[in-house]
Design a protein around this ligand. Sequence first.
Ligand code: NAD
Ligand code: UDP
Length: 340
Amino acid sequence: MNNSFSQKQHIKYDKSAKNYIIMKKILVTGGAGFIGSHLCAKLINDGHSVICLDNFFTGSRSNVWHLIDNPRFELVRHDVTVPYNAEVDEIYNLACPASPVHYQHDPVKTVKTSVMGAINMLALGRQVGAKVLQASTSEVYGDPIVHPQTEEYWGNVNTVGIRSCYDEGKRCAETLFMDYHRQKKLRIKIIRIFNTYGPLMSKNDGRVVSNFIIQALKDEDITLYGDGSQTRSFQYVDDLVEGMVRMMDTDDKFVGPINIGNPNEFTIKELAEKVIELTGSKSKFIYKPLPGDEPKQRQPDITLAKEKLNWEPSVYLEEGLIKTIEYFKSIRSEERRVGK
Ligand code: NAD
Ligand code: UDP
């Protein structure tokens, strides 16, 4: 074993709640990334011990720096394509670049991360008896013909396009999770995450929310790909993290897949207009070619999440955008201070 945790979960009395809570040992792969760092913070805040495992391809130490001194937090540099051992109760498998710019940078590695990462984490789950949750994606629906997307929909995905390394890698990971569950009786959970935004998004990964906010804050042109009529449904990261934890805590019989997203659908042009309004920017629109294999529309059906997790998003777009704009303003002023 190469981790510092000597024993698994134990029980602690929570004075404020006047109740006993189960403190778990939890592994979060991709824990130094955008979503992973929010998840690590919540799990630590809830009283658990966390191993944050990351190869720092798109994540960074600075995302989890505020947790470093916590004795219940451990940061490990490791690549999920290589087996890893730790005595844990639960594994959240998030390791995988999520933005098109980064997952297309080395597509072969992207497939390996999804597929070999899934195999390695499932094998670890089996070895130590841990429950394993897979961070899957709405991209498994591809360019959807069924709208909004329900979990029963099998998707419309190109196997040979420039997004396929990500989409098909994630689809194969789902298959592996289900087969480990059916064949090897592993306790698993699959969530399909829809577009998510919030503080700690990487400023250079080309995703639409970060791009538009950064461009607007600099009064630079806002880059609309295509005519901006394609739709997405964005959820604030806190809503997602709450949904992830609730899914992990469901009865072992319920494995998913389950959609976690905000059904509030809008066009990319509407998003750009909202960002301009909230930042008071002088930016103008410029139109650029639409990248290959782009889904034209995307909206989750979250009936299952409401029923099984008693979950639905609570953060409105405007509220979430204001918090995200504040975050990007703060990193901009820090960059100015250090002369970047
Ligand atoms: P991110 O790029 O910020 O985080 C991914 C993390 O995984 C990074 O810290 C990165 O360094 C790490 N990583 C990548 N390859 C690795 C490897 N081989 N070994 C170890 N670590 C590795 O992306 P994110 O937005 O935080 O996404 C997290 C997860 O959620 C991903 O699995 C992604 O597919 C999924 N997801 C995200 C969204 C979204 O809108 N952000 C939507 C759907 C699904
Ligand atoms: N997009 C855009 N301008 C940008 C970045 C993205 O118009 O500067 C569009 C992109 O073409 C897509 C949508 O915004 O239609 C969401 O892009 P993102 O990469 O954030 O997520 P995904 O395509 O994976 O849903």
